[in-house]
Design a protein around this ligand. Structure first.
Ligand code: G4P
Length: 537
């Protein structure tokens, strides 16, 4: 392959995720993107998976089919000469670190907002992760076919709640039953949508017109047309400039309005995303920046899934390729240990389906089967100088002890924990000591339930969870003598050690933490762990 072709393969890729609060329309939009991208087979399976989950009586049942983490797979399709890698973020009422980790593997995000509800709690949390990474963020205001908040209020919310500069790329004409179309501010054209029978299974027919076209005025009610003209004039003053560079830095979010269920505005979103999002971006490792065009292969593991095939206790490590070309059977170094591995068992993974992958490029995600030594966060590379330091661990907010109530089942309990902890479903603190055994920490309580459920279902091991009262964890950045730390820690707070030996502090309330920091101004803490690098690198 020539260098030029290699560069072309990188440039045409888009690796992205959709985030939303549950029920805002993430699944529906995913399906519609696949419909517009021509990947009909995939579109069908997204719905089928969702339906399969919905028909079950509760989430435990629904996750029986391994939904909880299996859902973080990749949908790959081609659209308009581009290779799209859409990473599915697990969408649950509750949080898991898996969702956060998926966001470290993408170069762009589409944030779906229910236009009747505005910005909801999960969107806010997920958005914070995106902001930290500075990825381009596109906003889709969904469900305009229902009564919604006024569009100007929605734009204001992005600015006041998320402190995100918003640039409306199009503007809705009407809402609810009166939602007729959008005005595209770039092309200065009105796109009028037409309902079609078939429940959104087909592309929605669109006709385009100039804003002052008498046909448009005739089609729109006076109550819609006049205010829209006024709002558009207002926008031309307040949001006149579209700054593509600001979008690429994640500082301005292009905003699109529509209705995913009716296919309204989906095409404009997809085209806008392609025009203004970023191809695979380089990443900074401990030895500096690694461009995707770097000739040597490098990738990092952002997710591990065990027991995908319940008959064989297998493990799949999901790799995000950062540089170079992947070829099946290639030899790589695991940067953390210096060990060599042959990547022979490489797959594209969608749900239970696997397809062998012979070659892949930066931006692509592949699943590698069966290497127990792989850990989340590992760099695999041909170039010994590369080691990435992606943020893959987040400060937990729920804590507890996991106990084995049946002494006779000690072995499966231990073995199950060992395997499942490789997936980092929960974090472990004080792994080696403490009267009660280790302290487990999770971003959301669902993670504990998943761990307990899987211990039972996959290893036959019962467990009981004793919740602890801590609510916050902060990694310690300042070196303090153990005795001194013991002396200054407030009542109820605790010093712990994580799996990599880093010291962290647990607090019972936000007040306790802020009071501690106020009283000890020289102590620095962080909600992300310090990076551990291999000695000698
Ligand atoms: P999620 O993945 O973010 O959780 O949301 P999902 O797409 O499953 O959508 C949640 C509900 O909102 C679904 O309704 C879906 O049909 C509906 N929805 C999505 N987009 C639109 C839209 O543009 N307009 C309207 N009116 N509704 C929309 P449901 O009743 O839960 O399921 P279904 O039986 O309709 O599939």
């Amino acid at each position: 392959m020539t260098l030029e072709n290699f560069a072309q393969e990188i440039k045409r890729r888009r690796t992205f995720a959709i985030i939303s609060h549950p029920d805002a329309g993430k699944t529906t939009l995913t399906e519609k993107l696949l419909l517009y991208g021509g990947a009909l087979r995939l579109a069908g399976s997204v719905t089928a998976r969702k339906k399969q989950r919905e028909t079950a009586s509760d989430w435990m049942e629904m996750e029986k089919k391994r939904g909880i983490s299996i859902s973080s797979t990749v949908l790959q399709f081609d659209y308009s000469g581009h290779r799209m890698n859409l990473l599915d973020t697990p969408g649950h009422k509750d949080f898991s670190e898996d969702t956060y980790r998926v966001l470290t593997a993408v170069d762009g995000v589409i944030m779906v907002i229910d236009a009747a509800k505005g910005i909801e709690s999960q969107t806010r949390k997920l958005f914070e992760i995106c902001r930290k990474r500075g990825v381009p963020l596109f906003t889709f205001m969904n469900k305009l076919d229902r009564p919604a908040k006024p569009p100007l209020e929605l734009i204001d919310e992005l600015e006041s709640v998320l402190h995100l500069h918003a640039c409306p790329m199009n503007w809705p004409l009407g809402m609810g039953d009166e939602f007729r179309g959008v005005y595209d501010r770039q092309s200065r054209q009105v796109h009028l949508f037409e309902h079609v029978a078939g429940g959104g299974a087909y592309r929605a027919p669109v006709s385009t017109h100039g804003l002052l076209d008498p046909q448009v005025a005739a089609m729109l009610d006076e109550n819609i047309y006049k205010p829209a003209l006024e709002e558009l004039e207002l926008l031309d003053h307040a949001h006149a400039e579209f700054d593509a560079a600001q979008v690429l830095e994640g500082k301005t979010s292009p905003v699109y309005f529509g209705s995913a269920a009716n296919n309204f505005g989906v095409q404009l979103l997809l085209d806008g995303f392609l025009a203004h999002s970023s191809p695979p971006r380089g990443r900074t490792g401990v030895n500096g920046f690694v461009a995707p065009e770097h000739e040597k292969f490098s990738a990092f593991i952002f997710k591990i899934q065990t027991n995908m095939d319940p008959l064989h206790r297998d493990q799949i490590a999901f790799l995000r390729i950062c540089s170079g070309k992947f070829e099946r059977d290639m030899n790589v170094i695991q940067a953390r240990t210096g060990k060599k591995f042959k990547l022979s068992n490489s797959h594209k993974v969608f749900g239970q389906d696997r397809e062998i992958v012979d070659s892949a490029f930066p931006g692509d995600i592949i699943g590698v089967v069966g290497k127990e030594e792989f850990k989340i966060g590992d760099t695999l590379t041909e170039d010994p100088a590369i080691q990435f330091q992606e943020l893959l661990t987040f400060a937990p907010e729920c804590f507890g002890y996991l106990l084995n109530p049946t002494p006779g089942k000690h072995k499966p309990f231990r073995k199950g924990l060992e395997h499942l902890l490789a997936e980092n479903i929960v974090q472990v603190f004080n792994p080696d000591y403490s009267a009660y055994g280790p302290i487990f920490g999770a971003v959301g309580p669902l993670q504990f339930e998943v761990l307990q459920y899987r211990l039972q279902a996959e290893y036959g091991a019962e467990s009981t969870l004793e919740r602890a009262s801590w609510q916050l964890l902060r990694w310690l950045e300042t070196e303090i003598h153990a005795d001194e730390l013991e002396r200054i820690l407030p009542y109820g707070a605790k010093k712990v050690t994580d799996q990599l030996g880093r010291i962290a502090l647990l607090f019972e309330t936000p007040w306790s933490l802020s009071n501690f920091l106020e009283k000890n101004p020289s102590v620095r803490v962080s909600d992300v762990p310090p990076v551990v690098t291999v000695a000698g690198r």
